[in-house]
Structures are given as structure tokens and as C-alpha cells.
Design a protein around this ligand. Sequence first.
Ligand SMILES: [Zn+2]
Length: 343
Amino acid sequence: MNRPHAPHPRPNRAAGLLLLAVIAAGLPVPAVAELPGAEPLAVRPGQRLLVIAPHPDDEMLSSAGLMQAVLNDRGRVRVVIATPGDAFVDAVEQETGELHPRPEDYVRYGELRLKEARRAVDALGGGRIKLDLLGFPDGGLHPMLRQHWSRRHIERSATTGQDRVSCPEADAPGIPFDGEDLQRQLVKILQEEKPTLIVFPDAMDWHPDHDGLAMFALLAIERWIKSEANTGSGPHPRMLSYLVHWYHRWPFGSAGLRPVDLSDEPLELPEDLPARGHHRSCLLLSPEQRRIKRQVLAINQTQQRIMAPFLSAFVRSTECFSELNRVDAEHIEALMARGHRPD
Ligand SMILES: [Zn+2]
């Protein structure tokens, strides 16, 4: 998450490349009335789960229950957070009391958020979750995909003024802000981890960092699968996408003045989120898993101060995902190869 307010409700914003890929392939896009119901998400023992998140707290909003379920059943969990969430302008203005915060204020805010993320992940996993903090620019993931793909066209953050990873909390300072470098990092993590279950943002999330990272995740997954095609049967990861930002003040309770306890209510994906041929799966969280989810979200104090109702609205009895297929990753790669990279 990184913005407290959704844009005005509108039909589907520029559809998202993933939807375009489905249309381009001539696959039917189901109407809302044809959306299949969600199925229970069963976690098999010994899974290797990789959670990919744009900002600190997205990993918890989407998957705090799923991570607990995997760890509880002899599995392994790794979390990748792509940006420090340092371009949250409203929040930095509130924290500093300045109408025009300075670049160093944004840097400091990002460092604070990464420290919170580390503490929250440690608390959730009891030290068993490996965490990668990549430090790419908040607000810059979509531009890195389209205008700043290579080191010849590096992205510069509008808030911090930086053009490479420099946050001390990040894992690899010095890496330039460009799409190729982000993709290389994701592929490396996939090759190391060999996940059986990968969770990443929905390509139709209205937040550009979320839909941008969805594309990066699919591209990296496709590249990883191809790189291991000659090793036995190759990887066949299960791919789940999650939604954080949608229209009509979704999820219910997120836009109130105070946090509301909705933890006994299920949270389903919105009916007007196009199904795109994907099944929907929901994990049922035990009361204890919900309690722990609320507890770790409370560690993100910077976010609690500016949008506690939003965070609380995700503490529910379910976590729901769309199940993607290998063909989705292939379509994104084909689209990119057809000229979506400017250089
Ligand atoms: Zn986010």
C-alpha cells in the first residue's frame, strides 16, 4: 500500500497489460456474472513460498495468513519488497509537518519503513523468513518498465532525487534504477529459492507500482522457468496474485475515519475485478492467525498513523487470490518483446 485514497471510481483503468494479453490471445474475458466462485486454498506441506511486494506492508496485507500457514506446515518463506515506500507524499508531509519535505526527509521515511518491515517479518516468522529489501524507487516501477528499462535510461526518483539504490537498509546499494536491473534481481531470487508458490500483485490493481511489479514478476518467472527448462521437468510454480487497491472504496471499512474490527468477516475479491479466466482461491485464517496478522501490521507504525482503517480492513477471516497460469507469463513476455520496451 502507499496511497490512502483510491481514485474516483471508474470502470477498469487502462485495463492492465495482463488483460490486454488475454484479449490479444483471443481468450474470452468472462463477464462479471460469469465469475466463478472462489475455492478454498489448500496449502500442501513443505511449500517454498515467495511473496513479492511493491511497498513495505503489502506483504502482510496480502499474505500474513498464508505465510503462517506455510511455515506451520514445514514450509519455507521468502519475502521480497521492491521499494522502501519513500514517496508517500501525504505521509511524509504529516510526519515532518512540512508542506514541502526535502529529499532527505523522503529518504529517512523510506529507511523507517524498511526497518518496520524487517521487524514485522521477523515477528511473523520468528526469524525464519528470509527478507530481500531491493530499494528501487517508490512510484518508479511502472516507468522502469516502460521508459527506463536499461542502464542507458536510468530512472530518477522525483521525491528523493536518487537514481540508484542508496538506502542503507536495502540489500545491494549502488544498483541503478532501471527495469533490467530489477528483473535481474528477481530472476536471481527465483533461481536461488526455486519457489513452489509465488504470490505477487494483481496486474489490474490501480496503483501503478502494483501493476508495474505484477509485470516484472511475470517476466521474471517466465525467464526463470526458461532458464531451468533443461533441468528435469523444470519448475511448475503455483502463481497467485493479490489485490490491494480497487475502486468503490474496496475493501469495505477501509475508507472510514476509524479502524473497524472486521476480522470475523471474509474478504473476497471484488465482483467487478475481471476474472480473465483465472480461478479464485481463498485461504481461511484461524482466529490466532488473524490476531497475529493484526499484531504484525501494528508494527508498521508509520502506516498506522496515516491509514489505520485501511490496514485494519485487510484483517479478515480470508485471504483471496487469483490463480494465474504459465500462459499469463508467456503473454507478458511476448507483449514486451513486441515493442513495449523503448530501447
Ligand atoms: Zn503498495
